[in-house]
Design a protein around this ligand. Sequence first.
Ligand code: PEP
Ligand code: MG
Length: 588
Amino acid sequence: MISFDEIFKDAENSVTGIAAAPGIVIGKAYKYIKEELEISEQKITNIKLALSDLEEAIARSKKELTKILNLARNIIGEKRAIIFEAQMMILDDPILLGTIKRRIEYEKMIPEFIVNDEITQYQKLMLKAHESYMSERAHDIEDIKNRIIRNLQNKRLKSKIPEDVIIVSETLSPSDTILFSKNKTIGFVTDHGGLTSHAAIISRSLNIPAVVGTHNSTLNINEGDELIIDGFHGCILVNPTKKQINFFSKKIVHLHELQNSLKELKNKKAETTDGKSIELLANVDVTGELDIAKASGAQGIGLYRSEQIIAELGDIATEEEQNTIYNKLSSSMYPQYVTIRALDIGGDKFNFSEISEANPFLGLRGIRLLLKNEGLFKSQIRSVLRASKNKNVKFMLPMVSSLSEVRKSKNLIEECKNELKTNKEKFDNNLKIGIMVEVPSTALMTKEFADEVDFLSIGTNDLIQYLVAVDRGNDFVSDLYREFHPAVIRTLKLIIDGAKISGKELSLCGEMAAETLAIPLLIGLGLESLSLSPSTIPYAKRIIRFVSYEKAKSLAEECLTYRSTKEIINRIEKFFEDNSIKRTRNLI
Ligand code: PEP
Ligand code: MG
């Protein structure tokens, strides 16, 4: 059988990047480019033709918007879809349209120039109001303005994304990823972004193969090109040859067989060969993933990223909206635990604050932002408490870097409990409060933090970025983002020992747990609980069932003495070889 290397060796049609989400897919490329529209100051000679062009562009825009509105109602709900209704109203506004037509007749300029000028004036007036509501509306108007202009210039509309395509884009925001996935997107390719960028995490959770950080795929791939994405190796083949298609078609069949055999593991224990049980929990970003989590055999939710509700709704959810979602999580997982993490806004995730930060990852993010916005934080705390009636909910604080943040948060939780008591609302008075250990200061003081909380969870995605000073989403330095860096391994040991002394529950919910190579090391270091993307749970379980705990402990002890990432990786690879354990990518 031909090997992967042979297929890729000398392949002139290959593009490589970071393997961000496993899976292999063959499909057509759809380029998602937020293009700049150029508008020239051209005069017209045929007014009648210009007016009919305008009418036609408005009619086409309405047709497109109607489709988007219907889609939006399904995806983000009636309430959030209202912004598209507002856009529809603009297209029907007789005063605006009358003014545009009169100006075309009078000034004899091309319609796109007048449309741009007239609507921009409206926007400026709105922005002058200095109210956030008005400036948001000004953005809505930008969207409709661009839509009319694009239609006047007969340009392709990028909001019309066909189904079953592979999105090729410079970057993807978390909300782009969610919206595209709802559109039956089958794969993602981006120029920028690293393994732990949120777009990568979401594609992993939703089981959509992705290759990120390719630098130049938007240059090398044309719209409609046939692509093969190999999300295991981080490779893309553009307009593949027959030989390449045959090779990967066989791989896809093999992959399905493997996935079916992994399904059989669902009801088997995650236990080492010498009987050590490891708890496997799921990281959930959107409620749609709950079914995948249950099907994967997860023993609970170790991380629910509540900020993703914003991506789904397009706005901060109200207390009631949050409560509905948290109730759903709690009841559908009962009696298993659901760990809801407080909104981790800021950094690269949903920058809602009006301030602009030079270093958002070191700025107002997670617990810092929540403590500065008590109203927002308390409404989330109340909605979590109200969903805790079944006593299977835990609440976790992100980006904690000092004990005072924990104490202040606990005081607010007490305040919320008292408010609910006054209103005679039911909740779990012993709701477990935990923290993410993802900032080096917290890692160094794990024991002291553990004394003040009920549980801890290691967030390796951020911990690594802060420990080795490498932006987790920046592919220019992604080679320096090393989960097997000796300092990372030693810090993990420090955290695990700190938590053990205080006897508090400890899990690890960073993406490191989804790296099969890391599993024996993490177990050997003493972790007894891991939380990972639901689709990767069976792969982790498969490895655990091949590993001896005693041997994993010796492996970890040895790795703690090494001075370079390379030595550690070589040693772990040797461990896999010696114990005849195959990694996922070797299995396919
Ligand atoms: C982490 O930092 O490891 C983590 C799990 O949280 P997030 O990826 O949401 O920042
Ligand atoms: Mg984090």
